[in-house]
Design a protein. Structure first.
Length: 228
């Protein structure tokens, strides 16, 4: 086998940008819509399906806007830090080289090897090296506002469609139980899938999401019963 052949590995961190937004959106879609439907049904007021549709649209837009603004703020901060680092590299290249060398020494390299590594990385891409080692900015973790907004909005709509479909297809006196039961089952499945995709424990992920979903639905049902 040729020694120059590239070894390509896939890591969970490669998916961290869209995975976080997608899981958050789907989880929020199921929890908020199911809680809304259960609360309205227990209170006995209003058209449950119509309110659910309004909640789906409003929630998806809110998720998209919120993710875009928050992640864009992170991206702005990263750009500002990189711009400052670019100026420092232009003004004092030797000082920045010494700083990068010190970072590698602190990580366990001997001074001679650390300086050699710092020189080679500086020659290859000084800004990327300082961004990664000094600022903690890497390709896998860099902010992508549009990607996060689209992922969270789409996943919210998909998640919200689950309890909404149940309320539309299975109306009646047992609506609350159907919505709560199927929504909780969906949350457990989502937690398991998200944990598996992220390389974490499946059972712990399922339990964590299921617990908070059940708490949210039960709390909203209690408020609905009290108000109704």
């Amino acid at each position: 086998m040729p020694s120059s052949r590239r070894h390509i590995e896939r890591h969970s961190t490669d998916r961290i940008g869209w995975l976080r937004a997608a899981v958050l959106g789907a989880n929020d879609g199921i929890v908020s819509t199911a809680s809304l439907l259960v609360g309205v049904a227990v209170a006995g007021s209003g058209n449950v399906v119509m309110i659910g549709v309004a909640g789906l649209v409003a929630g998806a837009m809110s998720m998209a806007a919120g993710e875009y603004v928050s992640v864009h703020s992170q991206a702005d901060a990263e750009k500002a830090d990189l711009a400052r680092e670019r100026k420092e590299l232009a003004a004092d290249p030797s000082g920045e080289l010494a700083e990068l060398t010190a970072l590698y020494v602190a990580r366990g390299l001997d001074p001679e090897l650390a300086q050699q590594v710092a020189r080679q990385l500086t020659t290859h891409d000084a800004l990327a090296a300082h961004g990664r080692e000094e600022l903690g900015i890497s390709q896998a973790y860099s902010a992508r506002p549009v990607q996060a907004a689209l992922a969270s909005a789409a996943s919210f709509a998909v998640g919200a469609a689950v309890p909404l479909a149940v309320s539309a297809l299975l109306p009646g006196s047992y609506l609350v139980y159907w919505v709560a039961g199927i929504s909780l089952a969906s949350l457990v499945a989502l937690g398991s899938l998200a944990a598996w995709a992220g390389g974490a424990g499946v059972w712990l992920g399922a339990l964590r999401v299921g617990f908070w979903g059940a708490l949210a639905i039960a709390t909203t049902a209690g408020v609905g019963a009290l108000v109704g």
